[in-house]
Every structure is written in C-alpha cells, then in structure tokens.
Design a protein around this ligand. Structure first.
Ligand code: ZN
Length: 367
C-alpha cells in the first residue's frame, strides 16, 4: 500500500461537486481515505471565472501511480468533467495526484508542481499532510504552504462544509423537497414551531424541521465517533520530550442545560514520552467531544483524558475559553465575558515549572 495526497478543486456547482468527489474517493474499492481537509475558497486564475472550492485528501492505495491518475480521471468524468483546450476553464471537478509516497516522476507530474506554485493546493494539503517531506524539495508540505500563503485564500468556515460528511449530508439545501432525514426528530421540531406560535407550513420554514434535524446530527456527531477512528494512524514514535502545543483551536459546542451554543478557543499541550500525534488531530479530538451536549468543564477534561489515553504522555494541559450564548443572549452575563476552564494531567499538574510554562504560553491569549 502507498500513501497518496490528492488535491480536489471545483468551481462549477462546487457545493455539490466537491463533497461528491470526496464521497467517490471514499467509496472506491481501491482507495482508503485516511484524512480529508477543510474546504478553502480561492479566486480562479487566468480569467473572470467563478471562485473555487479546494480541498485535499490523503488516501492509501494498492494502485500504481498511473492507474491512480486514470482512476481520478474516471471519477472526474462521472461528475461531468469535460476537458477542453482552455486549462483555466471552469470545471465541475479537478482531482490531481500531488504526492505518491516518495515518488519523483516528471512524466507523471508527481510531485505536482502546483504544490509549490499555488496556495490553493498547498494550504489544504498542509492540513492533512503537513509533515510529509516533498521528494526533491527537502521541505515538508507545511513549510511549502507557509511560503505560499497569499491573503486571497479563505478557509470556508461553515462547519457543514467539512468533507468528513457524506456528500448528501454536507449540502442539505440541495436535497429534494420531500426528503426526510430523521422523521421523528423533524416531527418534534415541527411541533416545537407550532408551540412557539409559528405556522410550520409557512414557506420560509417548511423545510426547517429537516434542516434542524440535519444540522443537529452534525453538531452532535461526536456521539457516533470514536477516539480511535479520529486518531486513526496519526500517532508516531518520537524521542522528543519538549512541550507540544496547539493554540487557538476554534471549537463549537452546545450547553447541555439550555441546548444553546458555546464556542471559543482551546489550547492543548502535552509533553511526549515516546509518542507524538499529528497536529491537526489535536483539533479533531477537540471536535469529537465538542460535538455533543456538553458543559465546558467536562469538555476540557475529556480532551485531556483522550490525549492521555492515546499518547500516554508525561502530561497534558488543556485550557478552553468560551462564550456561552445561554448567558449572553439572556443577559445573565455582560457581553463578551468568557468562561475559562482548564484540565491538567501528569506533569502539568505535578510540576510547577511545567504548569507555569504552559500557562505562560496560553497566558497572553487570555483576556
Ligand atoms: Zn447553558
């Protein structure tokens, strides 16, 4: 099996085609999708064309590189891609092999020269393959992405545009009007609208029960994800014993008392003892526990315990700062006040110097 990095791009019906292509990769018998990036938006090059959605995926495959390329062409054709002479023409989907193990093959265009030229290739790639050393460049994908970043690339923030969703779940508005997602849940939302004094058959909210059911399934998707599945095989042996920290991990959760959102930033650190984890996975672990009914204290503890469980490190520190809509919207707290929680394990709890190093690193972020 070989690992390959694939770039995805679309500027025709992109809301549908990009997730559909990710879905096609996942369903393909010869490919195992290891990880997918978030979606980024980038302006089209070479003409007055619609902006693109871009993403990247890491797959494992037994195919040889040429067959993999042909397979991707097949998926493109299935999504209506017609190749023309204009290489900048709008396209329903563009799938390219960016990296294939440590292969360097100019004829096949691997590594894809676009990785060094275009941030819309490099930045999504860095999310899923940041540590991958690019053959012939002696640099990691993350380093190349950092060099390439122009201000024009925008991370599409909408949570439902996460490629980890199935294509149908990702873009609910595109479903047929009579489609149901969770009939029991939708009946409840309909009743709730009635109780609130709304007319559930009013045009603007006819599909609201369906949309609420789908978005709620996404927002509470952590219940059906396991830590193992999220961490996958992104744990590596390493002799390092310096503190590893990821700051400002954006998270969104729902308070279990009012079923209203609370959201903010998590700062997660650990001191490895033989094992490290891909940095992007720290954010994924936060999401697994944030996408549930939560209280912030428990969320912080669960993230800390999860890291202890999968890395068995010398210690873990988690600080979360969040605004709670149940307080803000009801005027319980002054606007902009944030709640701060922490969870410390191992040396972060026992060693005053470690703890203060961590708190100092977090410190200037605290407001
Ligand atoms: Zn609350």
């Amino acid at each position: 099996m070989t690992r390959a990095l694939i770039s995805l791009g679309s500027n025709v019906d992109r809301e549908r085609n990009l997730p559909a292509a990710a879905g096609a990769l996942k369903q393909h018998a010869d490919l195992t999708v290891i990880d997918t990036s978030c979606i980024f938006e980038s302006p089209a090059v070479g003409g007055d064309y619609p902006a693109f959605f871009n993403a990247a995926a890491v797959v494992e495959t037994s195919l040889d590189p040429a067959t993999l390329k042909a397979t991707l062409r097949g998926i493109e054709a299935g999504l209506g891609r017609v190749r023309t002479g204009d290489k900048n023409a709008p396209r329903s989907i563009d799938l390219d092999v960016v990296l294939f193990g440590d292969l360097e093959d100019d004829d096949l265009g691997i590594p894809d020269p676009g990785l060094s030229e275009y941030s819309y290739v490099a930045v999504p790639a860095a999310e899923v393959a940041g540590d991958w050393v690019v053959p012939g460049r002696n640099k990691t994908v993350a380093e190349i992405a950092e060099e390439s970043l122009p201000p024009s690339l925008r991370k599409v923030p909408m949570a439902e545009q996460d490629l980890n969703l199935t294509p149908d779940d990702a873009f609910e508005e595109y479903g047929p009007a009579d489609e149901t997602f969770n009939p029991r849940f939708e009946a409840l939302v309909r009743e709730q609208l009635e109780i609130l004094g709304e007319d559930p058959d009013r045009q603007g909210i006819q599909r609201t029960p369906y949309r609420v059911a789908k978005s709620m399934a996404f927002l509470t998707g952590g219940y059906t994800q396991s830590l193992k599945e999220v961490v996958n095989n992104a744990i590596f042996e390493s002799p390092d014993s310096e503190m590893v920290m990821l700051k400002d991990i954006e998270f969104y959760s729902m308070c279990e008392h009012h079923m209203l959102p609370f959201f903010g930033r998590a700062h997660v650190a650990y001191i490895p003892e033989g094992k490290v984890i891909g940095v992007s996975k720290l954010a994924r672990i936060v999401d697994v526990f944030a996408r549930r009914m939560q209280i912030q204290e428990r969320l912080s503890n669960q993230v800390a315990d999860a890291l202890m469980e999968c890395l068995n490190p010398l210690g873990v520190g988690v600080v979360m700062e969040a605004a709670h809509l149940c307080m803000l919207m009801r005027g319980v707290q002054k606007q902009n006040s944030e709640m701060i929680t922490s969870a410390l394990r191992g040396s972060f709890r026992e060693d005053a110097r470690t703890r203060s190093e961590f708190m100092n690193l977090v410190g200037h972020e605290l407001r």
